[in-house]
Design a protein around this ligand. Structure first.
Ligand code: NAD
Ligand code: UD1
Length: 352
């Protein structure tokens, strides 16, 4: 990608799951990448592995262990380098924890983002790609979810996403020089095909596939299936799972759009596949890919869980010229490859 050569991108939360995969794709596309992360939910080992996977492009990556709430430290990173754009992944994302510790979530996600936007303004860097979530659709009345659906947050985590979307809209309204992409991810799963980077949540996983993966490698005895009485094909919840590599490529497409479109303003895009898959279908696909039996315990619904959520992909396809390529077979194959090679993620049994 000649044109993108040497453009410099700041990636906040770049040691995390989606951030590490996106950083790799950015490097391979010829971008220079500076990652900042406080390593609250990640490991520096992920950044080292990304640099290695990037081969000759690895030297275009640098890392600063910085918390976005530390304005002075964040400012310092901006004084070292002029960024062409920022991709902002950094944030806390555990829904249950956000209900128990709402102030922590508002402080980390919102104060962190405000600091970032203020520092970007001061350094005249006004191109931003932000990690929003399908959670802003709440319990949608119909599917597929289009970007113009009414928004509704079900918990403090979701509210941080909703508020940050609004903050971005207001920032652009007040200063049209801002160019902002709000990307609403559906359910990212899978890992890079090398199996060297992947998702490694701290503590008990909240999300389906990290949990399934930990059952497969013997770290947990069984998967608890939350709800078997939904009005879906097999009674379990339906979601739009998207391969993390497709999601990463979606960021590159969004970035390109930011650089190429003069008056892009503040735009929102769903990043999903448009396909709905049930919990039992996902488990079956993982069992097939791994050859492992996943023992199940059928349980009540998880409070706040919607029945069926999947994306309308039309807007991203038409305007970003991006479409997810992988299906659930590839997602499960790559998730298993990562799990098999790294049963303890970036850590060890002692760090579990
Ligand atoms: P992750 O936890 O793996 O990555 C987030 C990273 O941000 C972590 O490395 C963490 O250490 C860092 N971080 C958190 N607070 C920080 C702070 N104040 N300063 C600096 N670094 C900080 O999560 P992920 O799955 O890669 O998600 C990335 C983003 O995408 C998040 O904003 C998340 O809310 C959003 N998102 C994720 C999903 C999903 O299912 N994974 C779905 C929708 C949206
Ligand atoms: C969850 C979050 C959502 C967030 C999204 C992506 C909640 C209530 N919602 O959504 O805010 O944006 O992750 O990070 O946490 N399941 C089980 N057993 C498990 C885990 C999940 O049966 O141990 C089921 C769920 O009921 C659901 C499906 O698997 O039907 C997917 O769950 P999950 O991976 O947590 O994603 P979401 O519920 O879509």
């Amino acid at each position: 990608m000649e044109g993108e050569w040497r453009k410099s991108i700041l990636v906040t939360g770049g040691a995390g799951y989606i951030g590490s995969h996106t950083t790799l794709q950015l490097l391979l596309d010829g971008y220079k990448v500076v990652v900042i992360d406080n390593l609250d939910n990640s490991s520096e080992e992920a950044v080292r592995r990304v640099a290695k996977l990037a081969g000759e492009y690895g030297h275009n990556l640098s890392f600063h262990q910085v918390d976005l709430r530390d304005k002075e430290a964040t400012e310092k990173v901006f004084s070292l380098e002029k960024f062409d754009a920022v991709i902002h992944f950094a944030g806390l994302k555990a829904v249950g924890e956000s209900v128990a510790k709402p102030l922590l979530y508002y402080n980390n996600n919102i104060v962190g983002t405000l600091n970032l936007l203020e520092i970007m303004t001061a350094h005249n860097c006004k191109k931003l790609v932000f990690s929003s979530s399908a959670t802003v659709y709440g319990q949608p009345n119909e599917v597929p979810c289009t970007e113009d659906f009414p928004l509704c947050a079900m918990n403090p985590y979701g509210r941080t996403k909703l508020f940050i979307e609004e903050i971005c809209r207001d920032a652009h309204q007040a200063d049209p020089e801002w160019k902002i992409m709000l990307l609403r991810y559906f359910n990212p799963v899978g890992a890079h095909s090398s199996g060297n980077i992947g998702e490694d949540p701290r503590g008990i996983p909240n999300n389906l596939m990290p949990f399934v993966q930990q059952v497969a490698v013997g770290r947990r005895p069984e998967l608890v299936v939350f709800g078997t009485d939904y009005k879906t094909k097999d009674g379990t919840g339906v979601r739009d799972y998207i391969h993390v590599m497709d999601l990463s490529d979606g960021h590159i497409a969004a970035l390109r759009k930011l650089f190429e479109t003069k008056d892009i303003g503040c735009e929102v895009y769903n990043l999903g596949t448009g396909q709905g898959t049930s919990v039992l279908e996902m488990v079956a696909a993982f069992e097939k890919a791994s050859g492992k039996k996943i023992p199940l315990k059928l349980a009540d619904r998880r409070p706040g869980d919607p029945e069926t959520v999947y994306a309308s992909t039309e807007k991203a396809e038409q305007e970003l010229n991006w479409k997810a390529q992988y299906g659930i077979e590839e997602m499960c194959r790559d998730q298993w490859n990562w799990a098999r090679k790294n049963p303890w993620g970036y850590g060890s049994p002692e760090t579990d």
